[in-house]
Design a protein around this ligand. Sequence first.
Ligand SMILES: NC(=O)c1ccc[n+]([C@@H]2O[C@H](COP(=O)([O-])OP(=O)(O)OC[C@H]3O[C@@H](n4cnc5c(N)ncnc54)[C@H](OP(=O)(O)O)[C@@H]3O)[C@@H](O)[C@H]2O)c1
Length: 257
Amino acid sequence: MSFSDYTTALVTGASAGMGAAIVERLAKRGLTVHALARNEERLADLAQRTGAVPHVVDLTNTRQLTEHVEELDVDVLVNCAGVSRTGNILDSSEHDIDELVDVNLRGLLQLTRLVLPGMVSRDLGHVVNISSIAGIYNFYGHTVYHATKAAVHQISRQLRNDTVGRRIRVTEICPGRVETEIFGRNMGGTPEAMKEAWKTYYEGYESLTTDDMVNALDYAIDTPRHVNIGMLEIMPTLQVPGGLVFDRRQPAIEEVE
Ligand SMILES: NC(=O)c1ccc[n+]([C@@H]2O[C@H](COP(=O)([O-])OP(=O)(O)OC[C@H]3O[C@@H](n4cnc5c(N)ncnc54)[C@H](OP(=O)(O)O)[C@@H]3O)[C@@H](O)[C@H]2O)c1
């Protein structure tokens, strides 16, 4: 079992959704798990339930991030934290774009920079990046979210090159729709928004669950060390990517006015 090769994990986005479920599984597998997110109360609760070590950190704050992780020897790094938005670049604020890039991309890169050299020197490590089908396919979704997730896809492949010759495994898990808080957060994050998001995005659908995601991660880690599971694209059976759009010619704006 490859889990027995590893002793320590670091999981971002640990206070909710997939990240919290991943912390639970890795802790059950016997690893010391460092759980990173901003919500102190939720991390304390998670720590109580799982024995995880909480790190209250804003991933966009590189100084704070460095202070928390620079002394750690991390065997399994799970880059799970992520934010999304409704709409697209046409209705984005300056902050929307910065936050999407800072959490989904810059934070992931900074953390990888901090953790990967230790893995290389110990010849031991597994990086798991949670991307999205938004990084692979074009469909209605936020432009910047798609762009950051496409970058996560590319980074995952590039890390294999960066660490060639060392026993560092890199797995990209690329999910379709999963039942978490992400859509509720997009809609404002209030309890009402969470309920509204549940109705809009989950009710009546057979979405993936966080358990489905954790089982995929478990599989990728549990393969023998000479096996690298590069990418797992996982969608609900009833969700299909693609759908080419060919719009009819629109009247010119001056013709409409
Ligand atoms: N759910 C889906 O349908 C779906 C589909 C494809 C891909 N994904 C991806 O899956 C990953 C997990 O998402 P999820 O669905 O589990 O979302 P979620 O339930 O909304 O959880 C998001 C997590 O990210 C953390 N986070 C956000 N901003 C942060 C920041 N500045 N610093 C530190 N942590 C931060 C949040 O913690 P705090 O608020 O406590 O900081 C939370 O723990 C994301 O990368 C997402 O893009 C999700």
